[in-house]
Design a protein around this ligand. Structure first.
Ligand SMILES: NC(=O)C1=CN([C@@H]2O[C@H](COP(=O)(O)OP(=O)(O)OC[C@H]3O[C@@H](n4cnc5c(N)ncnc54)[C@H](OP(=O)(O)O)[C@@H]3O)[C@@H](O)[C@H]2O)C=CC1
Ligand SMILES: O=C(O)C1=N[C@H](C(=O)O)C[C@H](O)C1
Length: 252
């Protein structure tokens, strides 16, 4: 019988962390060796022999957590938001000195969300206009969502690669924010509403037609197959991977 994979969770008492702890405990090939909160020392990861750490914390904590893991040769699967270009570049530099260590930064672990973003990328070049609406529970700490940021960046790149100009927007706003925030030129609108979990719509429009690509996560279990896929794969993918699509075969 092959060895159990020793896995630790950071942010273990949060919404995502609680679901991840249960998923890892239920996985036949994994052993949960640590479930840590904000006040627990990171040294526990080393003491417990963690091979993979799952970071589901907060944007202000995640970078230090991941750097600690990489410095100690522990692979990291990261769902926490807040990984901007500067943080990613700095992490890549660190990983260059640790060529055997893998890090997955996944803005969204839900398979449907990953597919929705891919479909939006494919559709982006064919429409005059594109806007993104992300809708989440009101206790979410950040806006816009990490998923919306990545979707907007990928959609903008797909349009630029195809030579499609940004949609003209002559609207004069009488209130700041009325047209959302611009991410790589794409308008992104954030809704925070009691009762919601995690949802996103990419609206694509041309004269006389509209395509809406919508994904809904109705609970946190929806993210767990992606978390487990990340944990099982990360040690075979040294270096930095951004997006769970990097671990999936979405071609064809
Ligand atoms: N990639 C994906 O598919 C998904 C990503 N997310 C992202 O995951 C992150 C967590 O979301 P969610 O679970 O809803 O948030 P929660 O606020 O429910 O949980 C965050 C937890 O992290 C803990 N924490 C904070 N700092 C540290 C630290 N340094 N070490 C260990 N634990 C720490 C908090 O503890 P305390 O309460 O003591 O501060 C809290 O329990 C967010 O960035 C969110 O956007 C969410 C859903 C899906
Ligand atoms: O905080 C959340 O809930 C979520 N965060 C991630 C994000 O910001 O995109 C993933 C998902 O949308 C849920």
């Amino acid at each position: 019988m092959s060895e159990m994979l020793k896995v630790a969770v950071l942010g273990a008492r949060g919404r995502m962390g609680t679901a991840a702890v249960a998923a890892i405990e239920g996985a036949p090939d994994m052993e949960l060796v640590a479930a840590l909160g904000r006040s627990d020392p990171l040294d526990t990861l080393v003491e417990k022999g963690a091979q993979v750490v799952v970071d589901l914390t907060v944007p202000t904590s995640t970078e230090a957590n991941v750097r600690f893991a990489v410095e100690h040769g522990i692979h990291a699967v990261v769902g926490t938001t807040g990984w901007d270009a500067a943080r990613l570049a700095s992490l890549e530099k660190l990983l260059a000195g640790r060529p055997e260590t893998g890090v997955l930064i996944a803005p969204n672990f839900a398979l449907g969300s990953v597919l929705a973003t891919r479909f939006a990328q494919q559709a982006a070049r064919y429409f005059d206009s594109v806007e993104i609406i992300e809708l989440h529970h009101p206790r979410k700490v950040d806006a816009p969502s990490g998923t919306a940021l990545r979707t907007a960046q990928l959609v903008a790149k797909a349009r630029a690669d195809a030579g499609v100009p940004a949609a003209p927007d002559a609207t004069e706003t009488t209130l700041v924010g009325a047209r959302g925030a611009r991410v790589s030129g794409i308008p992104v609108h954030s809704v925070r509403l009691a009762g919601l979990v995690a949802h996103q719509e990419v609206l694509l429009g041309s004269e006389g037609e509209q395509l809406t690509i919508r994904h809904d996560s109705f609970n946190h279990d929806s993210f767990m197959p992606g978390v487990l896929l990340g944990v099982r794969t990360v040690s075979n993918r040294p270096g930095l991977t951004v997006g769970l699509d990097g671990y999936l075969d979405l071609e064809g």
